[in-house]
Design a protein around this ligand. Structure first.
Ligand code: PLP
Length: 398
């Protein structure tokens, strides 16, 4: 079957965050957002969803369930749902987990918030690697915990974990939780088995739990392999895994995510604190995605690879001072434009105002992201091209 990722689809009148939610998320009250472009001509490259339709199998399953017509309180009672997700995990990551450890939430963010609260006392610290997805910091803030950051190092254009720094910080008895991003947003790193082993060993030797956010695990460049962190530590129950169909199949609006919590007491605490209901359409949609979405996903990955190559060639040709390495995973390009804008601190505002491109500047990623912009490439190539043209125009001054 062939899938069309090339034809733009309008999201007008669909309450899309990407078109209508940017002001609150991208700008603070003091930011002078006043674009040279009209609202309808802004190019949304910020929020990490896609401008593509979900797999046909998902759409069909929703239609069929909609035809049934009764949408009362629902919960994932059907063991088949769990078995299908387990089969996906076994096939894609060669990881077998215990389905009794599987719980559900209305997204990964709610799971991060909830688990941080349960894993950390108020006076304990949460450790993250920076640059970082901003909600990791928010999880610590909401839990009233102190945030400890370990900067990733940039070695030959590739981000690496500074293990000495991590170990030193993990040794602090007040630091009890590490929120880890595997693969990593925003840098796109797919951590190697060796790196994952070291992260796990350092954390576990120092008594830290790890909350491994693996939401981007299916969006791999062709040829990359993903390893769930917990797979490497089958005897530990201190590694919690968050996954979801949301990024993989562009269905974040369904708000259904899976968390694997091996530790009995923590899982029981979770089960007592979470409302045990799921949206009936989300249940069939996610099940259909994992059961029948593989072919679509493989086609999507090829298309995304093409978008990343396009960006690499474009930057090389027109903006050779930009630093860019194709992400190993995610749909997110992380580009350093510091050479062109050495004194510009708020890149989000700069590009929104001057280029009419809505993107996330490096300063939105907690710390250690200055000089970078993050572009979501999960859109038709013509949109990527238009966005790069506008960026080049403002950076080159013509
Ligand atoms: C690392 C990471 N975790 C979680 C999320 C959001 O998860 P959800 O929409 O399931 O709450 C995102 C979205 O960009 C993300 O990048």
């Amino acid at each position: 079957m062939s899938f069309d990722f090339n034809t733009p689809i309008s999201r007008k009148n669909t309450n899309a965050m990407s078109l209508l939610g940017y002001r609150d998320y991208l700008f603070t009250e003091t930011d002078a957002f006043d674009s040279d472009y009209s609202d309808t001509d802004l190019i949304p490259m910020w929020i990490a969803d896609m401008e593509f339709k979900s797999p046909p199998s998902v759409i069909d399953a929703i239609k069929e369930r909609a035809d049934h017509g009764i949408f009362g309180y629902s919960q994932i009672f059907d063991q088949e749902f769990k078995s299908i997700f387990l089969r996906w995990s076994e096939k894609r990551y060669d990881w077998h987990f215990n389905t009794e450890h599987l719980v559900f939430s209305a997204g990964v963010i709610p799971a991060l918030f909830n688990l941080t609260k349960h894993c950390c006392a108020k006076d304990e610290n949460v450790l993250i690697f920076t640059p970082s997805y901003a909600f990791f910091k928010l999880a610590a803030d909401r839990g009233g915990n102190t945030l400890v950051t370990s900067d990733l190092r940039h070695v030959d254009g590739r981000y690496e974990i500074d293990f000495e720094d991590f170990e030193e910080k993990a040794k602090d008895p007040k630091t009890t939780l590490c929120i880890f991003c595997n693969p990593h947003n925003p840098t796109g790193r797919v951590w190697s088995v060796e790196e994952l082993r070291r992260v796990g060993e350092i954390a576990l030797e120092n008594g830290l739990r790890i909350l491994s956010d693996e939401i981007h695990c299916d969006l791999l460049r062709v040829g990359q392999t993903f390893t769930p962190l917990a797979k490497l530590f089958p005897d530990s129950d201190l590694i919690i895994t968050c996954m979801a169909a949301s990024k993989t199949f562009n269905m974040a609006g369904f708000m259904l995510a899976q968390t694997i919590i091996p530790e009995d007491s923590l899982r029981n605490t979770w089960l007592k604190s979470e409302l045990p209901v799921q949206n009936p359409l989300s249940i069939v949609a996610v099940q259909a995605a994992y059961a029948n979405g593989a072919e679509w996903l493989d086609a999507l990955r090829s298309y995304l690879d093409g978008n990343f190559s396009f960006v690499a060639s474009y930057l090389k040709k027109y903006l050779p001072e930009a630093k860019f390495r194709i992400a190993e995973a995610t749909n997110l390009a992380w580009v350093n434009v510091e050479a062109y804008l050495p004194n510009e601190e708020n890149l989000t505002l700069f590009f929104a105002n001057k280029a009419g491109v809505l993107l996330e500047g490096g300063n939105m990623f907690v710390s250690n992201g200055d000089g970078y912009i993050r572009l979501n490439l999960a859109c038709p190539r013509v949109q990527v091209e238009k966005c790069l043209e506008r960026i080049a125009k403002v950076l080159l001054g013509h």
